[in-house]
Ligand binder design. Sequence first.
Ligand SMILES: Cc1ncc(C[n+]2csc(CCOP(=O)(O)OP(=O)(O)O)c2C)c(N)n1
Length: 565
Amino acid sequence: MKLKGSEIICESLLREGVDVIFGHPGGAILPFYDALWSYPQLRHILVRHEQAAAHAADGYSRVTGKVGVCVATSGPGATNLVTGIMGAKADSVPLVAITGQVARTALGTEAFQECDICSIAASCTKAAFMVMNSADLANTIREAFYVSQEGRPGPVLIDVPRDVQLELTEAEFPEVTAVPVPEVTTEVLERLKEAARLINEAERPVIISGHGILTSGANRELMSLAEGSGIPVITTLLGLGGFPGGHPLSMGMLGMHGMYWCNIAVDQADLIIGVGMRFDDRVTGKVDTFAPHARIIHMDIEATQIGRNVPVEVPLVGDAKALLQKLAPMVVNTPRPDWMQYIENLKRDHPSLLIPPSDSLQPQQVISTLNTVLQEDPETTIVTGVGQHQMWAAQFLSFNESNTFVSSGGLGAMGFELPAALGVQVGKPGAPVWSIAGDGGFQMTLQELITISEEKLPVKIALINNGSLGMVRQWQDMYFQGHQKAVSVPGPNFVKLAEAYGVAAVRVTEYEDVLPAMRQAQAHDGPFLIEFVVDSTTNVYPMVPPGGSLADTLEDPSVAVGTGI
Ligand SMILES: Cc1ncc(C[n+]2csc(CCOP(=O)(O)OP(=O)(O)O)c2C)c(N)n1
């Protein structure tokens, strides 16, 4: 049967199991939008800025495990997607972005809204294809979905000239096959035995688990390794939820704003088992002095990650779940009372979850109160922006399930909080979704209030309004002699603004009103924004100073008088 290129795109998307697309139309993608009339099974969510389409597809993908799909027109539509695409690359999220392009005859003429998006996307995708013939569309789309999910997941872009979308061709569709999990080879099995030997002999071991646990669905296997060996588990920012925060072996997050006891335990460890994580600079601090006493076992799906930042004794390339399944039965539960006591003492003597005493509402008070709400329903998903509020969320909230903490980690893109929450809510229609937003980041993508309102998505927004670009203000105060420049961001009247978009809203300035407002938001049938007006001077601690080692982790100077929780 002959189909237009645009119809082949829709057919292919359906075959890939796609049922929702986040997008924004424009001239070069109009034939595709016209074809959508014939494919009502493909729900289209019209965002108000293409960056939001990519972030929403990212959030949707993280909580559903499916490939997220976003669509934009050529030129500015395509370039607006780039931040969200790069975010998905940094955080290993499978995404397919489809962009319209000027007609083949106009390519290279600086035509209206022409932009070489494939070249731009080359460095921020796993692959970028321009389809020059409608007969190639079905295979290219198949390849894009495959590549996005294979190995380390990530984004793929498909650029389709307008006339290719209109061209009729005999349609043939390749079979859709699942991406096979790579086998554990005999060579890797031998290395796993070596890893088990090191684990069983270690006196001061820690596991550092990352996002790879979530992407490979290896939570149970990680639990078997931890419980089977008695080794405590530290997570990266994106690894939160991969191991239950409430488990006795859970230590929380390490790194630049990690728990003091995690950073020092890593510094003192004699063995580190890194699983599905990259040893990136926010985790290691100064790399030369990272874990000076430790041997390192590193499991990752991407061979190039291993040995890139830190020297690795046992490299294990493969799927975390498959590797852990083999490793867990080889380890023995070795009591290490001295090491466990050392960690307990660190926790006792250096409590990291502190709220400085103050007359004004503290951001940590707001976020720790949200933990009450979070613990009531394990399906609750928290989506954050980037900055201080993101770090407090990672520190003060306890995540027990995978993908209940959604955050822009590797790219750290402010403005992620609202559109990603939109995508999460589309992916989990019945689950509570809370966006913890910074007043700076929120002002970057707040136009999506109208999308959540129009789509009746009951996202709850906890806007942490400290009147500033808090994290940058903290760095200026600490490392630029307090020269605060361009960090004050007075916003509009956020309550009125939300209401103008059809989103119910309240403002909270006192601690006693925090939980009642959250209850009001929960009870409200629809989106709800709470503006929390908080202290603008609070800093995030612990903190590894820029360029410093984990051993240099700074604690809150107000620790002596702070309120530990
Ligand atoms: C798009 C983008 N621009 C700039 C930055 C640099 N940056 C990191 S945190 C931050 C401040 C964020 O302010 P806000 O959203 O209000 O959150 P807060 O730190 O106050 O909690 C900035 C500007 C960034 N991460 N992303």
